[in-house]
Design a protein around this ligand. Sequence first.
Ligand code: FAD
Length: 377
Amino acid sequence: MAIQTLDKEVVIIGSGPAGLTAAIYSARANLKPLLIDAPVDAHKQTAPGGQLMITTDVENYPGFSEGIQGPDLMVEFRKQAERFGTDFLEEWITEVDLSERPFILRTENYIINAQTLIIATGASAKWLGIPGEAKVPDGFGGHGVSACATCDGPLPAFRNKTLVVVGGELTLENADLTWSEAAKFYEAPFQMKSNGGTLVIDDFGRQRVAPQDLLNRWIVPLERRVDYLALHTGKKIEVPFEQLVVFSTNLDEKDLADQAFLRRMGYRARVEPPTARAYTEIFKRQAYNRGIQCDEPALNHVLNKYRIEHRQMKGCEPRDLLDRITDICLFDGHSLALSPEVIDVAWRNYFGASHSFAPVATQETMIERTLADPLEL
Ligand SMILES: Cc1cc2nc3c(=O)[nH]c(=O)nc-3n(C[C@H](O)[C@H](O)[C@H](O)COP(=O)(O)OP(=O)(O)OC[C@H]3O[C@@H](n4cnc5c(N)ncnc54)[C@H](O)[C@@H]3O)c2cc1C
C-alpha cells in the first residue's frame, strides 16, 4: 500500500480511557479528532481500548453501581467518541517530529500532519514472563494474579483476605511489623507468621540482612522468651517468643556471633564432613535406591578421585554424583552401571572446569593405583 498523507486539526494517540476522553471533548468542540491506536498484538499486549481491554471487573468507575467489565466500559467510551464524529485509525505511531507545526507523525502506511497532538499512550505492565501469569485455565491471570494492586486489591476475590506481597529478600524490617497504608493492616514478621509451624531461613548469610544483624535482633527475645514489636504510632506491644531455634550453618560461628550470643544458643553441635567409611555407606545406599549396582572397584574409583584431588568429602555428593551418572547413562542409552568412564564424566561435570576437563596424566596414573583399603582414607 502506498503511503497516504492525512491533514488533521487534532490527533490523539491512544484509545485508552485518556485518549477517548480527549476524543469526546475535542469532537464535541467540533475539532473532528483523529484517534490513532495500535492494532491488537498479543506479544506487545496492545489492543485498541487500552489496558482495560485486559481487565475483568472495574468497580471504581462512577456511574456503574454494580461494576462493569473493562472491555464493556471501553466499548461505551468508544461509542460516545464516535457519536460526536471521532475518526479512528489502527496503526502504530513509529515516529513523531514535533520540531514545528504541523507536527508530523509516521506509521507504516501513513504520514499524518497534525496541528494539535494529544499523546495518551498510557502504560503496560511489566510481567515476569512466568507461566502462572497466563489467563485461566493456563495460569491464574485475572484470578488472583494481577498487575495492578490498587485496582484489584479491593475486589471481592481479595476482600478480607490476607494480602501477601511476594518478592524481595529477607531484611531486618521483615522481622518487625510492617504497616501498609493501602491495606490498612500490619503484616506480621516472618517469625510470627510461622507461629505453630516451622520457619526455615535458607541461604543464611546470603540474605540482604547480615547474619550478625539478624542474630542481634533476636538476642533479647531468645533470652526473655518475649519480643517487642513496634506499631507505626511508636507504641510497642509485647508478644510471646516461644521458639525452638536451630541454626545450621557452614559459616564460621566466630564470624556470626560473639560469646554472649553463643551462650544463649544453648547446645551447639558441630557436624563434621563424612569420613570415608560414612561416605561409602551413603554412596551404597544412594546407589541401591536408584537400582545401581555398586561394586568395590567402582567405589574405589570414586574414593580414589577424592584422594587424588585432596578433595573434602561432603554428605550430599554421593547423591549428586549418582544423579549425574543416572542422567549420563540414560542419555547414552546404556543400562545404569558404574563404569570408571561414566564416573569420570559425572565427576568432571559436577566439580566443574576448575579441575580441568581434559584427563591429566598424573590423575590417570593415580587412578590405576587404587588403594588397598579405600575405607581407611
Ligand atoms: C489488568 C488491569 C486491571 C486494571 N483494573 C483497573 C480498575 O479496576 N480500575 C481502574 O481505575 N484502573 C484499572 N487499571 C488501570 C487502567 O487500565 C489504566 O489506568 C488506564 O487504562 C490508563 O488509561 P490510558 O488511556 O492512560 O492508557 P492505556 O489504557 O494504557 O491506553 C494507551 C493506548 O495507547 C496505545 N499506544 C501506545 N503507544 C502507541 C503508539 N506508539 N502508537 C499507537 N498507539 C499506541 C496502546 O496500544 C493503548 O491502547 C487496570 C489495569 C490493568 C492492566
